[in-house]
Write a protein that binds this ligand. Structure first.
Ligand SMILES: Nc1ncnc2c1ncn2[C@@H]1O[C@H](COP(=O)(O)OP(=O)(O)OP(=O)(O)O)[C@@H](O)[C@H]1O
Length: 316
């Protein structure tokens, strides 16, 4: 569905060199990315600021011409075949709107039907689905400029989907949204992905988006892919471990050890302890602990993706 082969994009920028001098410098925004994304995949494309995420998306959607390498989306070459591509993809870029500022959402959607020449029946079915899943009805007749950010984002998602695209590109779909709108957008995208009809590529700085939505995580830094795989694979690569957190009636006896674990924190005057599970399952560790001391409460905590990704960014 999407193929990139040694894709590069350089920008020439002028940098200050002394009071009056400006020197030309080349920035390799995307520096040899090769990726294949199959139909129905949900891929999170993440990386620190300036890593090259937006530039990649712009090349995939036909906004920017690559400096070198190959790119194809739905079998088309994005820039020269941009018009045909527009009928097959949907795009939501946080900063840019596809909606008409002064028109109610309902009319924007109708205009888009004409722009894309979408048959009325398909359009109506998709709009119905978006209205239900994204709760659009209460603001369908409100002019776009009066919508809250969360309402507008729900409108943008709908606008991007009304022509039935095969691929949806999302640049920071949940940025700036409140908790409720974030959940609404995530649930909607999860539902979209579940049906497998749409291939989804999203960039985000909110790793909860990735955890909720993407089986595949591509991490890019300085224009290069530094990780491509599942979240679990990332945890395995960095040796992240689950932890067992226990609230105890009394502090642990001096020198206490629990086989296959490491005691990593003791808080609340010794009443709360955390063990990292090094080589035992949670079940074995729980059984060992309960047999040895009086436990009031227990929980198993998954490794934190934020920590792992922060390490991935800083270790480079
Ligand atoms: N039009 C442009 N002209 C010059 N340099 C650019 C241009 N667009 C992007 N860049 C540079 O290319 C690099 C990659 O930028 P890009 O916007 O793709 O990063 P990003 O990963 O999307 O970052 P962010 O998370 O901050 O949005 C940065 O160094 C940026 O300054």
């Amino acid at each position: 569905m999407i193929k990139m082969q040694d894709l590069k994009k350089d920008f020439t920028v002028r940098v200050k060199a002394g009071r009056f001098r400006r020197l030309k410098r080349t920035v390799a925004a995307v520096d040899g990315v090769s990726l294949t994304i199959e139909r129905g995949e949900m891929v999170g494309y993440i990386g620190p600021n300036g890593a090259g995420k937006s530039t990649t998306l712009k090349m995939l959607t036909g906004v920017l011409t690559p400096s070198s390498g190959e790119v194809s989306v739905c079998g088309l070459t994005p820039v020269p075949q941009r018009t045909r591509l527009a009928l097959r993809i949907g795009v939501v870029f946080g900063q840019r709107s596809q909606l008409w500022w002064d028109l109610p959402l309902r009319e924007s959607f109708e205009l888009l039907r004409h722009v894309y020449r979408v048959p009325a029946a398909g359009h109506a079915t998709r709009l119905r689905r978006c209205r239900d899943l994204l709760d659009l009805d209460e603001f369908l007749d409100t002019p776009v400029r009066q919508l809250s950010l969360g309402q507008r984002m729900r409108g943008e998602l709908t606008a991007a989907l009304l022509h039935g695209p095969e691929v949806l590109f999302l640049d920071e779909p949940t940025i700036g949204l409140d908790v409720v709108s974030k959940q609404a957008v995530r649930s909607f995208l999860a539902e979209l992905g579940r049906t497998g009809d749409v291939t989804l590529v999203l960039t985000t700085h909110d790793l909860a988006d990735i955890e909720r939505l993407c089986e595949r995580l591509v991490v890019i830094d300085h224009g290069r892919v530094v990780h491509d795989g599942s979240i679990e694979a990332l945890h395995a690569r960095y040796g992240s471990r689950r932890s067992l957190v226990a609230d105890l009636d009394r502090p642990l006896p001096d020198g206490f050890t629990l086989d296959g674990t490491t005691l990593t924190s003791v808080t609340a005057n010794g009443h709360r302890v955390t063990f990292t599970l090094d080589s035992v399952t949670a079940g074995v560790a729980v059984a060992g602990l309960v047999a040895a001391v009086a436990v009031r409460d227990l929980s198993v905590v998954e490794p934190d993706i934020e920590d792992v990704v922060a390490r991935l960014y800083t270790e480079r």
